[in-house]
Design a protein around this ligand. Sequence first.
Ligand SMILES: NC(=O)c1ccc[n+]([C@@H]2O[C@H](COP(=O)([O-])OP(=O)(O)OC[C@H]3O[C@@H](n4cnc5c(N)ncnc54)[C@H](OP(=O)(O)O)[C@@H]3O)[C@@H](O)[C@H]2O)c1
Length: 185
Amino acid sequence: MLKNLDSKKLSSEVPYFTYVWAEDAKGLIGSQGDLPWKMPAEMQHFVDVTIGDVVVMGRKSYESIPHPPLRDRVNIVLTRNEDYETKGAIVCHNKAEVIAYLKDQEFKKPIHIIGGSTLFEIFMDEVDVLYRTVIHEVFDGDTYMPEIDYDQFNLVDQSEGKVDQENKYSHTYYLYEKKHPIRLN
Ligand SMILES: NC(=O)c1ccc[n+]([C@@H]2O[C@H](COP(=O)([O-])OP(=O)(O)OC[C@H]3O[C@@H](n4cnc5c(N)ncnc54)[C@H](OP(=O)(O)O)[C@@H]3O)[C@@H](O)[C@H]2O)c1
């Protein structure tokens, strides 16, 4: 169940594309192939948003998962390597192949683009819903969220994350929806 945000406030009908990510105060999302922070509550939020759905990710993000694939989700991995093989994930070699696969499967569930930066670049024309977490700190790292035109989106919900011993940084969960949604089918 989604605890931090109310997805019932969305008017988009499945299947719609979402972005799901966490960024620091300057838009940083990654450091040396990993997340720049340890935030179990944010990880749980990610699970709550994506469980049971379809997740699409770049090969580097896929390989950063401790025991891939992500359980109880349809995993799609994008790589240019024609020889790439992995158990438990669909491998696609370009965006058109991903779209063709999704149309063919006729999923009746959200399709979450979960990073990294290169994937967030290439699905910018398709994305309807943004699950954005902002961690109100500045970290060191090397991978940033591409620029998003928030004027094209309405903020439909937000909530403050709980700070505790394991989740030391103040953080906010946001849910946005595109003003003029684009449909997959
Ligand atoms: N904070 C967050 O919410 C969040 C979320 C996700 C990831 N991250 C972080 O982001 C970093 C990784 O991001 P990244 O941008 O460097 O890598 P990435 O997007 O995860 O993966 C890049 C790889 O995806 C494949 N790819 C990308 N575009 C493609 C295309 N058009 N066609 C075919 N294949 C394509 C290529 O794989 P090949 O090289 O195999 O061809 C490319 O090297 C890590 O530090 C990770 O922890 C953070």
